[in-house]
Design a protein around this ligand. Structure first.
Ligand code: GLU
Length: 501
């Protein structure tokens, strides 16, 4: 516990800006906040940081809230649905609805002398910046408006200038004990006085985040490393406002395998995109949890509750966490295979063609389960069941149908022998086992390797070289349609000749 506030109940917050869809880094930060809160029995707050009205959108708020729910990350206070009511007694939880509080606190800073009005125009500030640049110094505000006379101020007012508000930053060293990174030190003498409220009256991020963290009783600020350099500004504000200093924990960035920063431009970063491909939320959560943390055991598969039980901020890695797509795919497969048929059928439903009825979905699940990395892979695997024979037939080409070193005529003979072997079966006997036995016999009789023999059959039946198990697929399709498709393939292989792709 902090020395200054030994008894405050633990409260953490997730503070996304709705200026884009839920980002994978934000999802991980949300998860770590959630796991920390659950581990210590604290309260988890969701606050929507929407003061940037030009860039904040209702759609992004919806995306963030929906996808957090989808991941199973729940919060105790804050908006529970996009545009919906708040829960909790520290609200409102959208910054756009808290402007009066920011105005009051800005006035308090002005009155105490900890902040001051700044009348500088953008052109004047640009001039200051260039001067620093010319002297090869870090650009910072030169404090001109601290030294104004009443006459200067009166003149600016008659000119119609609107003042911004700047914090007077004491030139002191700022030290804090980051729960992940250990002791961190900054020299605030390098900062310069920074703007906390723009000339148009809009309060800025550094200011509102500090005001809200205090007002919402936040004890632990857990956020991305990109905010580490903001923390000395926040501490300067906290001191100027006489607030309690929370503990800080900065989580390292997520990196591409080449150790560059994972950015929207270069990589897939929206959680929605993973959801749309059919990653399961359970797999995503496990993956995100291990992106920068591990429980120090060999175990790999955890529920949210199990993660919460083991999660320790102190065990979060300081170095960047490399995004390992193979691991995510592996985990997704593990979770997919752990689902019962009925559950997997339900999860697959949105990824499958509407024309496939629920009974067929349930029957196809055992056939495809082992082949799925993502749920969306299922669509392509089962579409042969709802395609017309013509649609499937349009895919018959030599590349797909002909085994190595077999001519169209030989392949036609093989398909014909399979057709003969199956034709005698009643619809009711058209089961995978029987079909397999018959086809293997036919292959033997023709002296073909089973793999070669099955290839044109698979293409004939599914239109694809990769499909669910062949005989299960045939069983699902049923006798008449299988025979019709074999006929179609024979037609291509003989009379019409197979087009060479
Ligand atoms: N709104 C900030 C962001 O989306 C987070 C602020 C914070 O955690 O302090 O990056």
């Amino acid at each position: 516990m902090s020395e200054t506030q030994p008894t405050r109940p633990i409260r953490v917050r997730m503070a996304p800006s709705p200026t884009g869809p839920l980002h994978i880094g934000t999802a991980r930060t949300s998860l770590y906040n959630y796991l920390f809160a659950r581990h210590v029995g604290g309260t988890y707050v969701l606050r929507i940081e929407d003061t940037d009205t030009a860039r904040s959108t209702a759609d992004d708020e919806r995306d963030i809230i929906d996808n957090l729910h989808w991941l199973g990350i729940s919060w105790d206070e804050g908006p529970q649905a996009a545009g919906g009511e708040d829960i909790g007694s520290f609200g409102p939880y959208r910054q756009s609805q808290r402007m009066d509080l920011y105005a009051r606190e800005a006035t308090r800073l002005l009155e105490s002398g900890a902040a001051y009005h700044c009348w500088c125009t953008p052109e004047e500030l640009e001039g200051v910046r260039r001067e620093h640049e010319a002297r090869k110094e870090a650009p910072r505000y030169n404090g001109r408006c601290l030294r104004l006379t009443d006459a200067d101020r009166a003149r600016f007012e008659t000119e119609g200038r609107q003042p911004a508000i700047r914090l007077r930053v004491p030139p002191e060293a700022i030290r804090f004990d980051d729960l992940i990174r250990g002791e961190v030190e900054f020299d605030n003498a390098l900062l310069g006085d920074f703007v906390i409220v723009r000339a148009n009256g809009v309060p800025l991020y550094h200011f509102v985040v500090v005001v809200d963290d205090e007002a919402m009783g936040i004890t632990d600020v857990i956020r991305g490393e990109d905010h580490l350099s903001n923390t000395p500004k926040h501490i300067a504000l906290i001191r100027a406002l006489g607030y309690a200093e929370p503990r800080f924990a900065h989580i390292s960035l997520i990196l591409n395998p080449d150790r560059t920063k994972m950015s929207k431009r270069k990589s897939q970063t929206a959680i929605t995109a993973y959801r749309e491909q059919g990653y399961l939320p359970e797999a995503m959560v496990n993956f995100l949890a291990f992106l920068g943390w591990s429980p120090g055991t060999e175990e790999e598969i955890f529920t949210l509750d199990q993660l919460a039980e083991r999660f320790e901020l102190g065990a979060v890695h300081k170095g960047g966490a490399v995004f390992d797509q193979d691991r995510l795919d592996f985990l997704n497969g593990v979770y997919i295979r752990s689902l019962a048929d009925q559950q997997l059928a339900l999860r697959l439903r949105p990824f499958l063609p509407d024309a496939l009825d629920d009974a067929s979905v349930l029957r196809v699940v055992p056939l495809i389960r082992e082949r799925l990395v993502r749920l969306a892979d299922a669509g392509e695997l089962v579409v042969f069941l709802v395609e017309t024979d013509e649609q499937v037939g349009a895919r018959y080409d030599a590349d797909a149908m002909l085994p190595k070193q077999r001519t169209p005529a030989e392949t036609a003979a093989a398909v014909a022998s399979a057709r003969d072997a199956l034709e005698g079966l009643e619809a009711a006997d058209f089961s995978a086992d029987v079909l397999e036995t018959r086809c293997r016999q036919a292959a033997d009789e023709m002296g073909w390797k089973a793999g070669d023999f099955f290839r044109p059959l698979r293409v004939a039946v599914t239109g694809r070289t990769v499909s669910p198990p062949l005989f299960g697929s045939m069983e699902l399709l049923g006798r008449d349609r299988v025979l019709a498709r074999l006929d179609g393939a024979l037609g291509k292989l003989t009379a019409e000749g197979v087009p060479t792709a």
